[in-house]
Design a protein around this ligand. Structure first.
Ligand SMILES: *[C@@H]1O[C@H](CO)[C@@H](O)[C@H](O)[C@H]1NC(C)=O
Ligand SMILES: *[C@@H]1O[C@H](CO)[C@@H](O)[C@H](O)[C@H]1NC(C)=O
Ligand SMILES: *[C@@H]1O[C@H](CO)[C@@H](O)[C@H](O)[C@H]1NC(C)=O
Ligand SMILES: *[C@@H]1O[C@H](CO)[C@@H](O)[C@H](O)[C@H]1NC(C)=O
Length: 379
């Protein structure tokens, strides 16, 4: 008997290893497909466009129409802006009646999904890493607005979740966005004083500076490890999130989280993380601080220039969840008060008591979407 056991155990280990390392289910194969292939399979009209920015980056934007339709919507145009470490797939990850981009496309808005530089739909890997969310807003978003206007000449709304909000704010403060309508920011603020959990710990440590000595970008995924972890260990994933993004009370559907793992985390430049850090730590919204020597060359002054929020004339609508560990109530309220002092046409703020940060893309009810629809419908 003993002689049989050893090879048997060996065989079992071999099979398990094969399953974990090599076996790919149909669903995994499907999730790995690019966004346009997947949405076409779901019967949505989708078209990709390559846009060349003023500083010569080649980025991809996708236009998304109503399910089952043969043409794109002629309703009001809306641009979705991606978060830190995510790609625009995040806006179509939830069930179709809950995903922001699906819901707004099926409502009749003309939906555009922008992939900013340095992510897998807009790699530009040969162009270096001298960029952060500043360039996303200054170059990528402004050119996307111009492009969208060519196809649908109506004033354009933008929706940014988390760092997507900072991208929009750069575009507005630098007066780069033309033909604007409503600017909607979920879980985004320029203040991070009250942020909790692992992220502020990491950001306040010298870790990023140490990393910057070795590399100019980070790429930690997508990985099979994350896929298995999030697919099979829901409570563990939820607990991890509790210390990073959302408290356990937030009403997200954790059973969809694994869908992320096939496309995220996306690469980020170290400069993007450092720029975020500079904003979080100082509470000041300004251009990337290269240090006095390079600042002088790039900006003609020793200090990095401030973004002028007073330039903002558009309507800005802040939405956040009570259980968000990153964009917390006091910081979002403080930012709201700042925006009220600017020339912004109309500034509003809404708090959703069952939501956190990730809920924007994985909520169980997505009630905030009806507010977003009426904001965009309003003139
Ligand atoms: C932009 O990138 C796409 C996809 O890689 C490529 O097909 C296209 O030719 C590029 N456009 C320019 C002008 O380089
Ligand atoms: C677009 O916005 C501009 C500036 O706010 C406004 O004057 C114009 O009437 C708007 N156009 C439409 C079609 O609403
Ligand atoms: C969460 O997602 C799963 C998988 O699609 C679904 O079966 C379940 O009903 C969802 N839970 C809630 C509360 O919506
Ligand atoms: C500001 O926007 C909100 C939401 O669309 C609307 O209810 C309110 O009337 C607007 N206020 C002004 C002064 O335009």
């Amino acid at each position: 008997m003993y002689y049989f056991q050893k090879p048997l155990i060996g065989l079992i280990i071999l099979i398990l290893t094969y399953l974990i390392v090599f076996f790919e289910s149909e669903e995994e194969k499907y999730l790995k497909l690019p966004i346009d292939t997947r949405l076409r399979k779901l019967n949505y009209p989708i078209q990709s466009y390559y846009v060349i920015t003023d500083d010569n980056f080649n980025i991809t934007i996708f236009r998304l129409g109503k399910k089952g339709s043969y043409q794109f919507n002629q309703g009001k145009p809306v641009v979705f802006v991606p978060q830190f470490l995510n790609c625009i797939d995040s806006y179509v990850l939830n069930e179709e009646h809950l995903s922001p981009a699906h819901v707004l496309a099926n409502y009749g808005f003309d939906i555009w999904l922008m992939s900013t530089r340095g992510r897998d739909y807009s790699p530009n890997y040969d162009k270096g890493s001298d960029f952060s969310f500043h360039e996303y807003g200054y170059y990528d978003l402004s050119k996307t607005f111009e492009y969208v206007y060519l196809y649908n000449p109506q004033n354009i709304s933008a929706i940014g979740h988390s760092q997507g909000g900072n991208t929009i704010l750069v575009g507005l403060a630098e007066k780069r966005l033309k033909n604007t309508h409503k600017m909607i920011i979920y879980g985004g603020s320029i203040y991070g004083e009250h942020a909790q959990g692992l992220f502020p710990l990491l950001i306040n440590s010298p870790l990023v500076e140490i990393l910057s000595k070795f590399t100019d970008k980070i790429k930690i995924g997508p990985s099979r490890f994350l896929f298995y972890l999030t697919k099979h260990f829901h409570f563990l994933s939820r607990l991890f999130f509790h210390y990073v993004i959302d408290t356990l009370e937030s009403d997200m559907n954790i059973s969809h989280l694994y869908r992320f793992a096939k496309r995220s985390p996306q690469p980020s430049t170290i400069q993007n993380i450092l720029h975020y850090k500079q904003m979080f730590v100082s509470g000041v919204f300004k251009r990337f601080d290269y240090g006095p020597h390079i600042n002088l060359q790039k900006y003609g002054q020793l200090e990095a220039p401030l973004y002028n929020l007073n330039q903002i004339e558009e309507s800005i609508h802040l939405i956040y969840g009570t259980h968000d560990v990153l964009a917390r109530q006091p910081d979002t309220q403080k930012f709201y008060q700042e925006l009220k002092k600017t020339q912004a046409k109309n500034v509003t703020i809404s708090e959703y008591p069952s939501m956190g940060h990730i809920n924007f893309i994985l909520d169980k009810k997505a009630q905030f979407l009806s507010e977003i629809i009426s904001l965009i419908e309003d003139d």
